[in-house]
Design a protein around this ligand. Structure first.
Ligand SMILES: *Cc1c(COP(=O)(O)O)cnc(C)c1O
Length: 375
């Protein structure tokens, strides 16, 4: 069991501004202790302003719930296949199985570490040849780095397969002046405790029309029909965000810019300090791309060196984490189809996420880089 001590340096901690408490208190004072209310509405509006596009945001209980509803809105159902980035957190793919559909995993490309356009197209052709048209594509902006949006969009349009954009880690990232979260046919955000802003637990589905949002909210609130009694024509879920937690989200949105700035500054610090070590690589921002640098990751020359660094950091009570284990290598998905090229497996073996919270001090960062340099 992990004991929370004051001295441990965490990978990515919740970072409150202080104003969150104000909105939470408001919920208590007005007795809006429900999965709807003024904080939910205000939080959604604030997100819509930030995304700065024609979008309609439904605040939900988690990013996973948002993916589940998003796939349902895209028409995914039992027996369907969904093409999913393999190099991601398991929550990107789990909802595919909730719907009785099957994930087909697609490996990454080295420029952004995200879904590989060539492999995606290869997979689509191969499935079409087998007489199966995949129902949706799940593309992820991993660690805040936007995937190759133009290429993925072109493939999506060519084959008429919609994209569900998993922007759980990328709130505040941009692709050619468009905010992540506005780039897919539908998109999701997460406000889990480790994300760039948090509601302790929460998420959002980013819709393209009011009708779509209405349908999402309807499904998220047990799909109750418009009748004085409780009447239901379809199966619904209990997925709406609590008005208490949305209060935390309102306070967090006020400091989102500061949080992005701090995460990017962490990345810049690591890069400046560790630049002299030729064997360490960072993921650069491609032209026209702006990453929120949710987590800073380094690539080491080998698994052995990665482990040496990880264990040395642990020795100093510093949290670090290997990169996501690709889903096509996860025991639970081992029998599923995948189109792989070894890219994500290599990243998994050699990569390490460094502490990246917006509340890290210069002293913390300096300490971390000193430990790495000592290896
Ligand atoms: C966190 C995360 C999710 C899930 O969000 P929750 O709010 O934790 O359910 C989905 N996809 C990715 C890439 C994530 O990092």
């Amino acid at each position: 069991m992990t004991v929370i001590t004051k001295s441990r340096i965490w990978l990515s901690s919740p970072h409150m501004s202080g104003r969150e408490q104000l909105y939470v208190d408001e919920a208590f004072k007005t007795n809006w202790i429900a999965p709807l209310g003024p904080n939910v509405t205000a939080f959604e509006e604030r997100l819509e302003q930030h995304l700065n596009d024609e979008v309609f945001v439904a605040a939900l209980s988690s990013g996973t719930a948002a993916i589940h509803l998003g796939l349902e809105l895209l028409g995914v159902s039992k027996g369907d296949e969904v093409l999913c980035q393999s190099f991601t957190f398991t929550a990107s793919a789990n909802p595919i199985t909730y719907l009785g559909a099957t994930p087909v995993f697609i490996d990454s490309e080295p420029e952004t570490w995200n879904i590989n356009p060539e492999l995606l197209e290869k997979a689509i052709r191969s499935r079409l040849d087998a007489g199966v048209k995949p129902k949706a594509i799940i593309a992820v902006h991993l660690y805040g780095m936007p995937y190759q949006v133009a290429e993925i969009k072109a493939i999506s349009e060519k084959y008429q397969i919609p994209v569900l954009e998993d922007s759980a880690e990328a709130l505040g990232s941009m692709y050619h002046n468009s905010q992540c979260g506005t780039l897919g046919d539908l998109a999701i955000l997460s406000f889990n405790g480790n994300k760039i802003i948090t509601t302790s637990g929460g998420g959002a589905l980013i819709c393209r029309s009011t009708e779509q949002k209405q349908r999402a909210v309807h499904l998220a609130t047990q799909a109750r029909d418009n009748a004085p009694h409780y009447q239901h024509s379809v199966i619904g879920y209990n997925y709406r965000l609590s008005n208490v937690l949305a209060g935390i989200g309102r306070g967090q949105m006020e400091v989102l810019d500061k949080r992005i700035y701090a995460r990017r500054a962490n990345h810049a610090f690591y890069k400046a300090q560790l630049n002299e070590i030729d064997e360490l690589e960072f993921l650069p921002e491609p032209e026209g791309v702006y990453s929120n640098r949710w987590l800073t990751a380094i690539l080491t020359p080998s698994y052995e060196i990665r482990e040496k660094i990880r264990l040395a950091l642990e020795e100093e009570n510093i949290d670090s984490r290997p990169l996501w284990k690709p889903l096509h290598l996860q025991p639970v998905f081992k029998d599923h189809m995948s189109f792989d090229n070894g890219c994500s497996e290599d990243l998994f073996n050699r990569g390490l996420c460094l502490p990246s919270g917006s509340d890290l001090t210069q002293e913390n960062l300096y300490h971390i880089t000193q430990v790495i340099k000592s290896i």
